[in-house]
Design a protein around this ligand. Structure first.
Ligand SMILES: NC(=O)c1ccc[n+]([C@@H]2O[C@H](COP(=O)([O-])OP(=O)(O)OC[C@H]3O[C@@H](n4cnc5c(N)ncnc54)[C@H](OP(=O)(O)O)[C@@H]3O)[C@@H](O)[C@H]2O)c1
Length: 312
C-alpha cells in the first residue's frame, strides 16, 4: 500500500499539507504534487493531461476555494464556479484515467441551517442551507453526489468526507478570508504585540462550535483510504472531534496560549449565529477512528506555526 502513487490536490493548503505530512509519516514514497502555477485545477485540459500522464492510483482532493463568512457572502459566483470546476475536473479525470481510489473533502456547511444537533450524515438535503455560504455548500453537495454517482454507475471507489471546522499548520490568517478561529488567534496576538488591553469578541460568547486540528483530519483521511470502501462508509462520513466549546471558552483558551494578559470584551450587539454546530461522529468512531489532539494542544501547534509565518 505504501508504494501507491498518490496525488494530493491542494498540497499547500491547511488540509492538503496535513495529508502530505501524514503520508510522509506513514512512509508513502510515491507522492505527486503540483502547485497552482504548474497546474490550475480549474482548467480541464490541463487536469486531464496531468492525470493521464502521471496516472496516480490514489487522489486526495483537498483543493478548493475556501473562505470565511465575509468572503463566502461577498463572492458567491467565484465560490460556486471555481469549486465546481476544480472538483468536476479532478473527479472526471480520475474516472477517465483509472484512478483506483479518490477522497473528496467536503465541509460541514452542507447541512441544513436548522439541522438537529449533533448533525448526522442522513440530515443532508433535509432543509434549507445557511444563506451566507450557500454557493459553497451547493458546490460541495454536487461533489459528494458526483463521487457517489461514479460509484453507483461505474463502480468507482470515490469516497467523500465531511470535516468539521479545521485549524492548524498552514492556516489562512488573512483579515478578510480567514475563518473564525485563526482570525481570533491573530487578533489576540496583534493586541498583545501592540500592548493594548482589550480583545473584542463578537456576540454573547454563548454559541458552541467544534474545532479540529488539521493533523487529526489528515489521519482520518489516510485511515479511510487505507481501510474502507464506499460500501462501508456510505455516501460520505463526518470527521470531527465530537466535542463542542463555547466561543467565550475558546477565546479564553486562545488568550492563554497566546499569553495575552488583557481582557476579553463581548460585543453583544453583534449576531451570534446558530447556538450549536456539532457533527455526529458516531459513524467514523464505529469504523475505528477517533481524533487524538486536545484543543489546547492543537492551538499551541497552530500558534507556533503562526509565529513562524510572521517571522519570515
Ligand atoms: N478550513 C476548514 O475549516 C475546513 C473545514 C472543513 C472542510 N474543509 C475542506 O478542506 C478542503 C481544503 O480546505 P483548506 O482549509 O485546506 O483550504 P486552503 O488552505 O485554502 O487550501 C486550498 C488549496 O487549494 C489550492 N487551490 C485552490 N484553487 C486552486 C486551483 N484552481 N488550482 C490549483 N490549486 C488550487 C490552493 O492553492 P493556493 O495555495 O495556490 O491558493 C490551496 O493550496 C476544502 O475542500 C474545504 O472545504 C476545510
Amino acid at each position: 500500500m505504501k508504494d501507491k502513487k498518490v496525488f494530493v490536490a491542494g498540497h499547500k493548503g491547511l488540509a492538503g499539507s496535513a495529508i502530505i505530512r501524514e503520508l510522509n509519516r506513514k512512509g508513502y514514497a510515491g507522492i505527486v504534487v503540483r502547485d497552482r502555477k504548474a497546474l490550475d485545477l480549474a482548467k480541464q485540459d490541463a487536469v486531464f493531461d496531468f492525470i493521464e500522464s502521471e496516472r496516480p492510483e490514489w487522489v486526495f482532493l483537498a483543493a478548493a476555494k475556501v473562505g470565511g463568512i465575509y468572503a463566502n457572502n461577498t463572492y458567491p459566483v467565484e465560490f460556486l464556479l471555481e469549486n465546481l470546476k476544480i472538483q468536476n475536473n479532478v473527479i472526471e479525470a480520475a474516472y477517465r484515467f483509472g484512478v483506483e481510489k479518490l477522497l473528496f473533502l467536503g465541509s460541514s456547511c452542507i447541512y441544513p441551517k436548522l439541522a438537529p444537533q449533533p448533525m448526522k450524515e442522513e440530515y443532508l438535503l433535509t432543509g434549507e442551507l445557511e444563506s451566507t455560504n450557500e454557493s459553497y455548500a451547493i458546490a460541495k453537495i454536487a461533489g459528494i453526489k458526483l463521487c457517489f454517482a461514479m460509484h453507483r454507475q461505474y463502480g468507482k471507489e470515490f469516497l467523500s468526507v465531511m470535516p468539521t471546522n479545521l485549524f492548524g499548520v498552514n492556516d489562512n490568517y488573512h483579515p478578510e478570508n480567514a475563518h473564525a478561529l485563526p482570525m481570533l488567534l491573530r487578533r489576540f496576538h496583534e493586541t498583545k504585540m501592540r500592548g493594548n488591553k482589550e480583545v473584542v469578541v463578537w456576540g454573547t460568547g454563548a454559541p458552541k462550535r467544534e474545532f479540529m486540528l488539521s493533523d487529526d483530519l489528515a489521519a482520518a483521511c489516510v485511515f479511510i483510504m487505507e481501510n474502507y470502501k464506499v460500501a462501508d462508509i456510505g455516501e460520505f462520513v463526518n470527521i470531527g472531534t465530537g466535542k463542542e466549546i463555547s466561543i467565550i471558552e475558546l477565546a479564553e483558551l486562545i488568550k492563554d496560549v497566546v499569553g495575552f494578559e488583557g481582557n476579553i470584551v463581548l460585543d453583544k450587539s453583534k449576531p451570534d449565529g446558530m447556538p450549536r454546530k456539532l457533527l455526529d461522529v458516531s459513524r467514523i468512531n464505529r469504523l475505528g477512528w477517533k481524533a487524538s489532539y486536545s484543543l489546547k494542544e492543537g492551538l499551541r501547534i497552530a500558534y507556533d506555526d503562526f509565529l513562524k509565518s510572521q517571522a519570515v
